[in-house]
Ligand binder design. Structure first.
Ligand code: NAD
Ligand code: IPM
Ligand code: MN
Length: 349
């Protein structure tokens, strides 16, 4: 028997609602197998900050790091809450985990399932993965401001791109493309961001030589948004930096049936640190506490986690249950728990 130590961070807003369903699906998918998940719950997020003033203590981080994997709902408080004015939960918790645990691959698959309510009239066959760099770019927080609040305020954000950091994520993307349809698209803005753009382009060109079977393509990020809407079927693996990847994956979610279906993995491919699985969406304060959130993104994040842990049969059971649920969902409106119930029943069938 195998025991997987799982850290669960439900977080804020709809986070706890969708994680409750994801946990039920995980339990159903592993019942009767020889793997069990030993879960530890971490109460982190805006609620914890308001209670204690802590975002992520060293003790929290050490405890989370001692697990085999992490499941996260979403973090972020109510917009405009003055008590959160000095907090930056997103940076202090979510990004801190991604950086400290060296989640350099932010894996965000987009598949248009049959029956999914997409906005496109004839989308064609859509099945691609965005490999978003997770530890660098403008996210590092290496900026600064002076003369704050004056007419001469200067505000800088620096995008950090290292040869080491770009090469490792590009190599991962090529290896993924080799296992998929062997098409890789670099998305950047090399016409304007000439320094970072040149580094990304040269590294892609260099690694491409080792993968002669992979078709390599380049798009500026603005043009990539056009094709994500007009011809999303052209993509297989997209590799891009942290910020472009953030923006493209919300768009990709919208195009493939809504952000409520978009799952992600923050992967440390080296296996030194636990990887973290979470829906692409946030805490959705506009619908929180109303049982309106679709838990499918969180449930598909379970499938990604199971696959990452080498539990491919269990992963396939979850993915298949979701696929069937989407195919059969029609236009009936269901609560978060009802969607969870339906998917659990399909996993058990
Ligand atoms: P959001 O993803 O929370 O919401 C955007 C829109 O999508 C909202 O209308 C929301 O109701 C809808 N939506 C999101 N998830 C849904 C679901 N499962 N089912 C149905 N509808 C869903 O983005 P936002 O409003 O920009 O951010 C809200 C807060 O979440 C902010 O504090 C932000 O920083 C944070 N955030 C956290 C994460 C994370 O923890 N990984 C990710 C994104 C945003
Ligand atoms: C996401 C979120 C985060 C990001 C925020 C909340 C820091 O939007 O996971 O996509 O920008 O990476
Ligand atoms: Mn985002």
């Amino acid at each position: 028997p195998r025991v997987v130590k799982l850290a669960v961070i439900p977080g804020d807003g709809i986070g706890p609602e969708v994680i409750a369903e994801a946990e039920r699906v995980l339990d159903a998918a592993t019942a009767g197998t020889d793997v069990t998940f030993d879960k530890t719950r971490f109460a982190l997020g805006a609620a914890r900050y308001l209670e204690t003033g802590d975002t992520l203590t060293d003790e929290d981080l050490a405890a989370i790091t001692s697990h085999d994997a992490i499941l996260l709902g979403a973090v972020g408080g109510i917009p405009g809450d003055v008590r959160l004015k000095d907090a930056n939960i997103e940076r202090g918790l979510l990004l801190k985990l991604r950086f400290e645990l060296d989640h350099y691959v932010n894996l965000r698959p987009s598949k248009l399932y049959e029956g999914a309510p997409g906005p496109l009239a004839s989308p064609g066959d859509v099945d691609f993965v965005v490999v978003r760099e997770g530890t660098e770019g403008p996210y590092v927080g290496n900026g600064g401001a002076i003369r704050r609040g004056t007419p001469h305020e200067v505000a800088n954000e620096t995008s950090v791109n290292t040869a080491f950091g770009v090469e490792r994520v590009v190599r991962y993307a090529f290896e993924l493309a080799e296992r998929r349809s062997k098409r890789l698209t670099l998305v950047h803005k090399t016409n304007v961001l000439v320094n970072a753009g040149s580094l990304w382009k040269r590294i892609v060109d260099t690694v491409a030589v080792e993968h002669p079977g992979v078709d390599v393509d380049y798009l500026h990020v603005d043009a990539a948004t056009i094709f994500l809407v007009t011809n999303p079927g052209r993509f297989d693996v997209i590799v891009t930096d942290n910020l472009f990847g953030d923006i493209l994956t919300d768009l990709a979610g919208a195009v493939t049936g809504g952000i409520g279906l978009a799952a992600s993995g923050n992967i440390n491919p080296d296996g030194v640190f636990p990887s973290m699985f979470e829906p692409v969406h946030g805490s959705a304060p506009d619908i929180a506490g109303q049982q309106k959130a679709d838990p499918t993104a969180a449930i598909l994040s379970i499938a990604l986690m199971l696959d990452h842990l080498g539990l491919s049969a269990e992963s396939a059971r979850v993915a298949q249950a979701v696929e069937q649920d989407i195919a059969g969902r029609g236009t009936a409106s269901r609560t978060t728990t009802q969607i969870g119930d339906d998917i659990v029943a399909r996993v058990q069938a």
